[in-house]
Design a protein around this ligand. Structure first.
Ligand SMILES: Nc1ncnc2c1ncn2[C@@H]1O[C@H](COP(=O)(O)OP(=O)(O)OP(=O)(O)O)[C@@H](O)[C@H]1O
Length: 257
């Protein structure tokens, strides 16, 4: 059974000019899937991720996450749901500059009123896995991009969420740090069976996923599944991107690093 189900999602932004960002979008994601969402700029990817993450609500259609419907929850229930079930990873890390790496990581637990012992135990569990031990007392401005993103991923994982929602997690990283972050997300996905949905422009990042969903003008365009050979999956991703349009033809002979 799908752990995440979108049925006939339409999103209309009202304003001076009304804009329909999503149109009758359907999506089923199984528990433990790692799914990338790709599409041209303005195609509705962030709108889709915001609806999945309950940050925004659809104009029409229904969302079911882990068997609950966010539209039926009160504001407080929704805030608690988000805090306990969802972990967020962003392109620009969203770390608090005045806090250390460790304090940033435990922030969601602090907000949830967990005991100091519990927080220490969780940090210990994560620090080795995410290679954070030597940077726990640093502040964000002393970190490399890769270290900052690993910190943000630890913060997203600290409360053992059901879903990780990532918006361009490799967007600010060089190719080595991008690969490290993607390999880390794959490891989390495989070892903890965490369901991950990631918006990305980067076909190399997407080639680490189980499935890539392509969106165009707010509508479902295509989807492809990994066949376990990352190079061929990467080439198939490039093929669909070239059908979608945009500046991807010059990537068609690129090989995975
Ligand atoms: N708050 C808003 N009010 C009005 N229009 C909006 C709003 N947010 C997004 N849009 C419009 O909806 C469309 C989809 O935007 P969205 O940010 O979801 O696209 P995207 O695929 O994530 O783009 P990008 O890759 O450039 O980040 C765009 O045309 C955008 O201008």
């Amino acid at each position: 059974m799908a752990i995440l189900k979108l049925e006939e999602i339409t999103k209309v932004y009202e304003g001076k000019v009304t804009h329909r960002a999503l149109h009758q979008f359907n999506l089923d994601i199984e528990k433990g899937e790692f799914v990338a969402i790709m599409g041209p700029s303005g195609s509705g990817k962030t709108t889709l991720l915001n609806i999945i993450s309950t940050i925004d609500s659809p104009t029409f259609g229904s969302v079911t996450l882990d068997q609950v419907q966010p539209e039926e929850m009160t504001k407080q229930e929704l805030a608690l749901f988000r805090r306990r079930k969802l972990g967020f990873v962003f392109q620009d890390f969203h770390l608090l500059q005045m806090l250390t790496v460790e304090e940033n990581i435990i922030l969601p637990l602090t907000l949830d009123g967990k005991s100091v012992d519990f927080m220490k135990k969780r940090v210990e569990e994560l620090q080795e896995k995410l290679d954070l031990t030597s940077i726990l007392s640093k502040r964000p401005n002393e970190l490399s991009g890769g270290q900052a993103q690993r910190t943000a991923i630890a913060r997203a994982l600290i409360h053992q969420p059901t879903f990780i929602l990532a918006d361009e997690p490799t967007g600010n990283l060089d190719s080595k740090a991008s690969r490290d972050v993607m390999e880390l997300l794959v490891k989390i996905n495989q070892e903890q069976n965490t369901t991950i949905v990631m918006v990305t422009h980067d076909p190399i990042a997407a080639s680490h996923c189980d499935r890539v969903i392509f969106i165009k003008d707010g509508e479902f365009f295509n989807e492809i599944y990994s066949d376990d050979r990352r190079q061929t999956f990467f080439q198939r991703i490039l093929n669909v991107l070239s059908l979608l349009g945009g500046n991807v033809n010059d990537l068609s002979t690129v090989r995975l690093p």
